[in-house]
Design a protein. Structure first.
Ligand SMILES: C[S@@+](CC[C@H](N)C(=O)[O-])C[C@H]1O[C@@H](n2cnc3c(N)ncnc32)[C@H](O)[C@@H]1O
Length: 533
């Protein structure tokens, strides 16, 4: 489909090829070459319809159907550009400003790479993938508590469940006393919500399924604004999938003033970590490309590129809390107030005091989600010291680690930039405070993580967490021993390069701690949107 176009040429606004409802300034990204223009007869006097180089005042158009005394409905079925022209330039400016605001909502999925959108909804259309989320006991039970234990926010209320999936949060809302729940689901999983609701007598009349992206719903389709919005729009490192933007869009358009959001806030947490084994694993993944005689071809020219490729990948697995070498910093995002625009570029400055002499190999991250209800606050935490979830934790690696002594500070910034793959590119800059010794990770691709929990026998398994098939946790004690053997003689600010040669022996020793890696029984399913596995 062609890129959306709403350019202003003089007094013309050209809209192509979207269906367009001028009265509500509503865009439907259907790709149909037809336009629907709806506005009051009064407003229509000032507007002209432009088709190619012909234009006609809306009020003069005869081939219209009158749906109500107040609205003029015009259906155009011709191919090509369809537009409006206003005689009054200030009116046009106002129109264009409003249009741009509304356009952002309706084009949410148009702005993305379409193959990304397609695989995204295909993924969620499968029961197996909904089941994975439902069976994340920490996630589902926390949502359950947050909803059913905040009865005052649901009793007799009108609710919306954005991204209903199998419908579970809609059903919890009814259990908490909601009068009616709009279960909004863009994928064909909407059919399952209906199926399950009709199979459970207490749900059937209380659930209304809207099987479309929330961005395409109009207020007129609802009984009114809702009292409470529930959603699980959370991807890896909170923001992968960019579904929180749809959550904010639903808030702006459908939540009553003073209404509640479940969750109402999220915190992103980052802390520096030291994990030489992980770094070594990644640094050595380019081994194949060192081959100088692969069927007579020297592959080694690709070695550097291969290393960069692996360091661009965030590592998703559980983190042994002992790897963290400073207290985490938390950045709170208040879903009740933040804007979609504020999520396009996120910057997290940091200044960590390092607790022990170590190599800092990068930044570890996780998130918490808050449900601050009228009856009680419930927190869904994915921190390394909490029970594991399907989000695990995440680590962003520095290709060249920093050697830091206890008490030194590491300062810098984590930057996140939204991209058209419904995800983010991240960059990290870290410097030992008061020195010019720094390291950076310039382009990390949040959409393309390595699910190390499934690929490395060295991946950590927190107590009480079911291991992936074939996984053995590395011993934290042995790990720490080896780690400190490597790092105890580091001078303040000494660059890592000098340490490289001393690394291999103990890493080899640690590599045999676990059982030999085996393929997990079920290979992780992924659409590239985080460990929904
Ligand atoms: C993470 S799943 C959560 C499913 C379910 N609420 C649960 O907690 O088990 C997110 C769901 O939101 C749907 N979704 C994502 N963006 C959407 C949008 N803009 N409008 C409607 N549904 C959306 C996806 O298809 C997916 O089923």
């Amino acid at each position: 489909m062609a890129a959306p176009n709403a350019s202003s040429e003089g007094h013309h606004v050209i809209l192509s090829p979207y269906r367009f409802d001028a009265n509500e300034l509503r865009w439907l990204p259907t790709g149909e070459a037809a336009a629907k223009v709806r506005m009051s007869k009064e407003a229509a006097k000032n507007w002209r319809l432009v088709l190619g180089n012909q234009s006609v005042a809306l009020s003069e158009i005869r081939s219209t159907s009158m749906l109500s005394p107040n609205f003029l409905i015009l259906e155009l079925v011709k191919q090509g550009h369809v537009g409006l022209r206003c005689e009054d330039e200030s009116g046009l400016k106002h129109f264009v400003a409003e249009l741009s605001k509304r356009k952002a909502d309706y084009e949410r999925f148009e702005q993305y790479d379409q193959s990304s959108v397609q695989s995204y909804f295909q993924y969620y259309a499968k029961l197996a993938n909904q089941q994975n989320m439902l069976q994340d006991g920490v996630r589902t039970s926390t949502y359950n508590r947050a909803i059913v234990e905040n009865v005052d926010d649901f009793q007799g209320k009108l609710a919306m469940d954005l991204g209903a999936g199998s419908g579970i949060l809609s059903f919890f809302a009814v259990q908490a006393g909601a009068e009616k729940v709009y279960a909004v689901e863009a994928s064909s999983m909407g059919e399952v919500v209906r199926l399950l609701a009709d199979a459970n007598a207490f749900l059937t009349k209380k659930i209304e399924v809207i099987n479309r992206p929330v961005e395409t719903i109009t207020a007129a389709e609802l009984d009114g604004k809702v009292d409470v919005l529930v959603s699980e729009p959370i991807g890896t490192f909170l923001f992968n999938e960019r579904m929180i933007e749809s959550y904010l869009c639903a808030r702006d358009r459908f939540l009553k003033p003073g209404g509640k959001m479940f969750p109402n806030a999220g915190t992103l947490c980052v802390a520096p970590f030291s994990d030489s084994l992980l770094h070594w694993e990644q640094a050595n993944k380019n081994g194949f490309w060192k081959n100088t005689n692969f069927y007579g071809i020297d592959l080694s020219a690709a070695v550097q590129r291969c290393a960069k490729e692996h360091f661009r990948q965030p590592i998703v697995d559980y983190i042994n809390p002992e790897c963290l070498v400073s207290k985490a910093i938390e950045t709170r995002f208040d879903f009740m107030t933040i804007s979609v625009e504020s999520l396009q570029k996120i910057e997290i400055p940091f200044d960590f005091e390092i607790s022990q002499p170590c190599l800092v190999h990068g930044l570890a991250g996780w998130f918490d989600a808050y449900f601050e209800g009228s009856n009680q606050t419930v927190v869904l935490s994915t921190a390394p010291w909490c029970s594991g979830t399907h989000w695990y934790q995440i680590r962003f690696l520095l290709e060249v680690p920093l050697a830091v002594n206890a008490g030194q500070h590491v300062e810098g910034t984590l930057k996140m930039e939204a991209n058209s793959l419904q995800s983010y590119y991240l960059s990290i800059f870290m410097r030992i405070k008061g020195t010019d010794i720094s390291s950076s990770a310039p382009c990390i691709d949040l959409k393309d993580p390595e699910y190390r929990f499934y690929t490395s026998a060295n991946s950590y398994c927190p107590p009480g967490t079911a291991q992936a098939a074939g996984q053995q946790p590395a011993s934290p004690q042995q790990y720490q021993q080896a780690h400190f053997a490597q790092t105890q003689n580091i001078l303040p600010g000494q660059a890592f390069a000098a340490q490289c040669e001393t690394r291999a022996p103990w890493v080899e020793a640690t590599a045999v701690w676990g059982a030999a890696p085996q393929r997990p029984e079920t290979a992780p399913m992924t659409n590239g949107f985080g460990p929904r596995t």
